[in-house]
Ligand binder design. Structure first.
Ligand code: OAD
Length: 242
């Protein structure tokens, strides 16, 4: 792929870059996305699994679903797209990677300043006393484990439908979007708010906004550029063009 002069110039000169990623960046590692033909929500109804009431009604079913996803994530590796973002972080003084993914693949790749907007599937905690669960408890595959301090149910530390984002996380993400000179939106369908508002905050403050996606999204008409294709191919090429 050849890149425009603008994007190369903006990326070379930027002292502050904010990146927002979604499930698409992990697709080439083998983690299913949420929407689209192969999406997770096509097979499972979110209201049955990814909300607090569903968990209280059927903790074992919800736990088992997350245990299945955790196992899948443990079996895959970060891809060239994740690695390209590690390299980009090394080159820029102020770099923030905001992710909607709970798969921990950015940190496993080596990214440092990661803002996890929707939590992290590697962590769990007690719904009663909020104590973090031990690894042994998290490894339970069929039954939702119980807290060893108070006996409360242990839940995954991810944001469910209808829940607030972790305290302070969105504020950090928004501050990064507002101060950056280049904003990259990668592999997200741009439909889940408040994450989807971040590129618009960046645009308002004059940032150069670039989208990387296999298809057009609600952001496409507002972004300065959309690079259509796989992030695992486009991002390494972009880095080597700088
Ligand atoms: P989606 O599944 O909604 O969107 C994935 C996007 O990635 C789509 O726009 C695809 O076109 C694109 N895509 C797929 N493969 C790609 C590739 N190899 N390279 C580039 N792009 C690719 O996932 P998200 O936008 O992350 O929230 O979904 C946002 C939130 O919705 C999730 O964090 C989750 C879900 O409800 C919670 O669980 C709170």
């Amino acid at each position: 792929m050849t890149f425009s002069r603008e994007i190369i110039k903006h990326l070379r000169n930027a002292e502050s870059i904010c990146v927002l990623t979604g499930a698409g960046i992990s697709a080439e590692s083998g983690v299913p996305t949420f929407r689209g033909e192969e999406g997770l929500w096509k097979k499972f109804r979110p209201e049955e699994l990814a909300n607090f009431q569903a968990f209280i009604r059927n903790p074992d079913l919800v736990w088992e679903w997350y245990a299945y996803r955790r196992k899948l994530i443990h079996e895959v590796k970060p891809n060239l797209g994740h690695h390209a973002l590690v390299e980009l972080e090394r080159r820029v003084p102020d770099f923030t990677l905001v992710t909607q993914n709970v798969d921990n693949l950015h940190s496993r790749a080596g990214s440092k300043n990661v803002v996890e907007l929707h939590g992290n599937i590697e962590r769990s905690y007690c719904i009663e006393c909020r104590k973090s669960a031990s690894e042994v408890q998290i490894e339970s595959t069929h039954e939702a484990p119980r807290c060893d301090s108070c006996g409360g149910l242990i839940r995954p530390d991810v944001v469910w439908f209808g829940e607030m984002l972790p305290v302070g996380m969105f504020a950090r993400a928004e501050a990064a979007a507002r101060r950056c000179q280049v904003f990259l939106s990668i592999g997200t369908s741009s439909v889940v708010y408040p994450a989807a508002s971040l590129p618009f905050s960046a645009l308002e403050q004059g940032a150069y906004v670039v989208e990387v996606n296999r298809e057009e999204t609600d952001l496409t008409s507002r972004a300065h550029e959309t690079l259509l294709g796989n992030s695992g191919e486009i991002l390494p090429q972009l880095l080597s063009s700088l």
